[in-house]
Write a protein that binds this ligand. Structure first.
Ligand code: 13P
Ligand code: SF4
Length: 305
């Protein structure tokens, strides 16, 4: 079977089995093409909560599927590739953060959405890369413990100078790998290009950027910009999607290190197998975890409005 035949079969199975397929923009292009919704982690879970389908299939990483389950507890939520974790989300667990919280009893605990459902149960409010600055600014408390990403946290701290933000030493090993020297080399090679980076990159890299934003933010910016050439400082799939969306513009990949192996572990065959009931994993969370973790996500929605 070739790719388009497999895609056709997937489209039929989706309909037959009442499945809404979500694809994060970092997964392979042939998966995004058959998805009902594509986008960033927050948009996908909100999209999923609004559809009528009984079944949701997440093509992304585990915390994204968990977030869908928290927002749609009555739906059956599946992760297409069970090994697809997130290296950042796996860095900090409930036990560690419970201990850290004891040292910061008066701090509001702000968790990046890239955290496990279990950890979210003891946090006060969630943020995404696109909403973090607004939400932190809207929190009444001045004292914030921001987990797990110290790079996103440093970016937020810079935008929210009135807050006292305590950071821990976590982050995305993929984005954090890029160093300012290689960025400067790319800027010298492509002097006309604008540099767009994800805030998971280190502060020294963010300092060189023309725009800092989430995956969706970067895509919107590049599509709307009058500029014709860009260096894309996030997972390489974003440059690929943008090149299809804007054939008259040129997109350079900032670094070949920007490949997320977890996001790339889902294949079109995994999607097909899952729709045939032969693969994937149903996300099962107990009702206490759902209720407690949802408080943190509800707070994100309230403070993000
Ligand atoms: P977004 O929230 O921008 O989709 O980012 C998710 C992610 O994992 C980035 O590495
Ligand atoms: Fe997690 Fe980084 Fe991959 Fe995003 S790019 S899913 S933060 S490991």
């Amino acid at each position: 079977m070739n790719v388009s035949e497999l895609q056709q079969k997937i489209l039929e199975l989706k309909k037959q089995n009442d499945v809404c397929v979500l694809a994060h923009s970092y997964v392979a292009r042939e998966i995004c093409e058959i998805a009902d919704f594509t986008g960033d982690s927050y948009k996908l879970s909100v999209d999923a909560s609004k559809v009528g389908n009984k079944n949701i299939l997440m093509c992304g990483v585990r915390f994204m599927a968990e977030t869908c389950k928290i927002l749609s507890p009555d739906k059956n939520v599946y992760l297409a590739q069970p090994i697809a974790g997130c290296a950042m989300a796996d860095q900090m667990d409930k036990q560690l953060i419970s201990q850290v919280k004891e040292n910061y009893p008066n701090h509001t605990v702000v968790a990046y959405i890239n955290t496990t459902a279990d950890l979210k149960t003891i946090c006060d409010v969630c943020v995404t890369s696109s909403s973090a600055v607004k939400i932190v600014n809207n929190i009444e408390n001045k004292d914030i413990l921001f987990i797990p990403d110290c790079n996103l946290g440093a970016y937020v701290a810079k935008q929210c100078p009135d807050k006292n933000i305590k950071l821990l030493n976590g982050g995305c090993p993929i984005h954090a790998c890029v160093n300012p020297e290689e960025v400067k080399a790319m800027q010298e090679k492509y002097p006309e290009a604008e540099l767009l980076v994800h805030p998971e990159c280190v502060p020294e890299v963010c300092a060189l950027a023309d725009y800092i934003g989430s995956t969706s933010g970067i895509m919107d910016y590049a599509v709307k910009s009058d500029k014709k050439e860009f260096i894309i400082g996030t997972e390489i799939s974003i440059a690929e999607h943008l090149q299809y969306m804007c054939p008259d513009k040129t997109f350079h990949i900032l670094s070949l290190k920007l490949i997320c192996p977890n996001m790339k572990s889902t294949t079109l065959v995994d999607v097909y197998n899952c729709l045939c009931g032969k693969g994937g994993e149903e996300i099962l969370l107990d009702s206490k975890t759902i209720t407690e973790a949802k408080k943190c996500i509800d707070e994100m929605i309230r403070l993000g409005e």
